[in-house]
Design a protein around this ligand. Structure first.
Ligand code: NAD
Length: 352
């Protein structure tokens, strides 16, 4: 056994079907008496349901969460916190709503209870990305790590098939990079491999029947494990590339992860053979990168950057930006190699 450091993060997790009914008890457990309930405009009815479960007179709803956590939206929500004297946060939704909760927690240190409804995994990390003046800046701070997470499989049944597919691949990307992280360790390795296995098994079943509760349960379990991996160890080329492309071209978050993942795996395969072997084993295939590509195709996720709106004439510029801040990656990160990766990913062509 090689030497390692494992930094466990303490979040209370309740996992199951119809677990939302435990919400009021969990809110009490956190000592929250006047929660601010957060959602996107699209999930306002979920926020209403949460408010009903706690007691209408106690809860205040803010349904203004949007993608990429813009600071202006956080400031608007902060005014509601101050005006109502909220003493805790409840977020119901995907990574965008969790992001707003974390942004408020960063400024107030209020306790957070998160009810995730996608597979993004943000609820298990002390990471927050905020956008100001068109720039997304990511930070790590223990104040943003949620105190309690309630995973309720029944809330994911309505997650549209396309979103389920791309969000699931977003989760798998956390685990793939955890397997070759510089600070990888035996515990996150176990979680990463099982997370990939659970999602890879569940996603094709969900695409065939989105109401398959067992598959939904496996996918949410996998997403939880992958989220822990993201929170515990450092990410590399894949996440940096997605961050660069998302910021430069305002590409949709999970879709960008779906397209880049097989190419990032292919880029790192030779330099990280043990990780590639674990990914392949989790997918029950011989070649990790091709296995990820086939999974992406099978579940109908986008296969090229062109398909999700990247302007082809700016590949060179993106490659320059992607290598401008050096970061650790198993294979050396050079501009020509990244340009080649992006050219392939733009066209969506594939070779083993
Ligand atoms: P999202 O939260 O933006 O959700 C997309 C849309 O789907 C929203 O309109 C949402 O209301 C809706 N939706 C969510 N769950 C639904 C459900 N069950 N049924 C129907 N509609 C539903 O998307 P996301 O991919 O979950 O999150 C993306 C954001 O999360 C990005 O900003 C990304 O940077 C961030 N993120 C952060 C971390 C972290 O650790 N900080 C990790 C992963 C993602």
């Amino acid at each position: 056994m090689k030497d390692f450091v494992y930094n466990g993060l303490a979040t209370r997790v309740i996992f199951g079907t119809d677990t939302l009914k435990q919400l009021a008890d969990e809110v009490k457990r956190l000592g929250i008496s006047r929660p601010l309930v957060l959602s996107t405009p699209h999930q306002n009815s979920e926020a209403e349901r949460v408010a009903d479960l706690i007691g209408r007179e106690a809860a205040v709803i803010f349904s203004g969460a949007v993608m990429h956590t813009p600071v202006e939206v956080t400031q608007e929500a902060m005014k509601v916190v101050e005006k109502t004297g909220a003493d805790g946060l409840i977020a119901i939704g995907g990574g965008s709503t969790t992001g707003l909760s974390k942004a408020i927690a960063l400024r107030t240190d209020l306790p957070q209870l998160i009810v995730p409804t996608t597979y993004a995994g943000s609820e298990m990390t002390p990471i927050l990305g905020q956008t100001e003046d068109g720039r997304k800046v990511t930070l790590r701070d223990m104040r943003v790590l949620p105190e309690t997470v309630i995973y309720d499989v029944s809330l994911t049944l309505e997650l549209p098939v396309h979103l389920s597919a791309v969000s699931g691949l977003n989760a798998i990307a956390h685990a793939v990079e955890a397997l070759y992280a510089r600070d990888r360790n035996p515990v996150t390795n176990l979680m990463a491999e099982d997370g990939i296995r659970a999602l890879a098994r569940a996603l094709p079943q969900i695409v065939r029947n989105s109401l398959n509760v067992e598959a939904r349960s496996d996918a949410l379990y996998g997403a939880w494990l992958c989220g822990i991996c993201l929170g515990c160890v450092g990410m590399a080329l894949h996440h940096k590339l997605c961050h660069t492309l998302g910021g430069m071209f305002d590409l949709p978050h999970a879709e960008t992860h779906s397209v880049i993942l097989p190419y990032a795996m292919r880029y790192n395969m030779k330099a990280a053979p043990e990780a590639a072997e674990k990914v392949a084993r989790a997918l029950s295939v011989d070649n990790a990168a091709t296995g990820l590509r086939n999974l992406t195709r099978e579940i109908g996720a986008p296969l090229s950057l062109a398909a999700i709106g990247m302007p082809g004439e700016r590949i060179g510029e993106a490659a320059v930006q992607a290598v401008s801040n050096p970061y650790w990656n198993p294979a050396p990160v050079t501009e020509p190699a990244i340009r080649a990766l992006l050219t392939d990913a733009f066209d969506g062509g594939w070779r083993d």
